[in-house]
Design a protein around this ligand. Structure first.
Ligand SMILES: Nc1ncnc2c1ncn2[C@@H]1O[C@H](COP(=O)(O)OP(=O)(O)O)[C@@H](O)[C@H]1O
Ligand SMILES: O=P(O)(O)OC[C@H]1O[C@](O)(COP(=O)(O)O)[C@@H](O)[C@@H]1O
Length: 331
């Protein structure tokens, strides 16, 4: 039997349970989870993740293993405590679900001697080296649902401008994808810093052909570098400018934290199950130092050494569509 510890780290994402359940099905793996990420390894007892404990949770937004952010892995001393604790419990493997920051911690943990596997999970879909992270699609479905409702009221009361602000951290993936799929008019994202005058011009242009406008704005809309995690409300600032120049009130909706959870979408469940299955195979073969990510559209193992940091997290095809349809402000 291989003894495996699971943690989730960073912001939550719906779908992680489906991956955990798939691993719990393996009879050669003795699976445990620590609540609350890296901190939890030191302060909590491991919880047995038997199939019986995991069953019926796979499509639930309430994670079987709760997550947290932690200072511990940034410092060698903190990581040493985690290595020692895992060793004292007799764990052979650490499996981490999380985003970009957690991926950095996973690499360090592995290089320092704890066999580690990493699975991307964050609504931001900004994990280096993987085209997909668990939680993105569920969050997009929540956003699209709201945009759909706004289309109804936009149809019923013409002449209005709507602005939806979404999460995403320093990455515009959520805003861009939901704006395109949601039939919106403008995406304001950090990768294409906003010139408010140009935004006004685009709205004026589009209002010649349409009765109403829906804008999707990323929480870090101006410039990702100025944004601090947790900042919200940039849509109010942008709206104020638009209102002043067009004399039309902007109807705003801030879509905050509820998009991170909720019932898992089909796509998230499917990819999570595939990731869980591959992680399990990896563990059974004694392999470590890998991310179970998506590359060229398929779930596969990606060596930590082949993962490189990049600021380019947007899908180029989506960027192209958005530019061609005058949905992005290009300088
Ligand atoms: N550079 C880093 N080195 C080591 N650990 C890190 C690093 N960045 C983040 N972490 C760990 O991963 C956790 C989650 O990272 P964070 O960036 O908040 O979310 P995410 O993993 O979802 O991107 C942090 O609270 C910290 O414990
Ligand atoms: O929950 P917190 O700590 O307020 O963090 C908010 C951030 O978490 C996210 O939901 C996910 O970010 P991470 O992938 O870094 O965890 C971001 O979209 C958002 O900016």
């Amino acid at each position: 039997m291989t003894k495996v510890a699971i943690i989730t780290s960073g912001g939550d994402g719906s779908g992680v349970n489906a991956a955990i359940e798939m691993i719990a099905k393996d009879k050669k793996i003795e699976l445990y989870g620590f609540h609350e990420g890296f901190d939890g390894i030191l302060k909590n007892q491991p919880i047995p993740l038997t199939l019986e404990n995991c069953q019926n949770y796979s499509l639930d937004g309430k994670q079987i293993i709760r997550t947290s952010r932690s200072k511990l892995p940034y410092e060698k001393e903190g990581r040493k405590k985690i290595h020692e604790q895992l060793k004292s419990f007799g764990f052979d493997y650490l499996l981490i679900f999380g985003g970009n920051g957690s991926q950095k911690a996973a690499k360090l943990m592995n290089s320092e001697g704890t066999k580690t596997i990493f699975i991307p999970m964050t609504v931001d879909n900004d994990v280096d080296g993987s085209e997909y992270s668990i939680g993105f699609d569920t969050a997009l479905n929540r956003i699209i649902g709201t945009i759909h409702d706004l289309h109804d009221t936009a149809h019923n009361m013409p002449g209005r401008i709507f602005m939806v602000e979404v999460l995403g951290g320093k990455c515009g993936n959520l805003a861009l994808a939901s704006a395109i799929a949601g039939g919106c008019d403008l995406a304001i994202i950090p990768e294409f810093p906003t010139d408010k005058n140009k935004a006004v011009d685009i709205i004026v242009e589009k209002l010649k052909e349409k009765k109403s406008i829906i804008i999707v704005c990323s929480e870090s809309a101006y410039d990702g570098r100025l944004y601090k995690s947790g900042d919200q409300g940039v849509s109010f600032e942008i709206s104020e400018y638009i209102e002043k120049h067009l004399n039309i009130r902007v109807r705003k909706t801030i879509m905050g934290f509820f998009i991170r959870a909720g019932n898992t979408s089909f796509r998230d469940a499917m990819i999570a199950v595939q990731m869980g299955a591959l992680a399990r195979e990896c563990i059974n073969k004694g392999i470590s130092g890998k991310m179970v990510g998506v590359k060229n559209g398929t779930v596969q193992l990606i060596d930590f050494n082949d993962v490189h940091s990049t600021n380019q997290k947007l899908d180029p095809q989506l960027v192209n569509i958005a530019i061609k349809n005058n949905m992005l402000i290009k300088h």
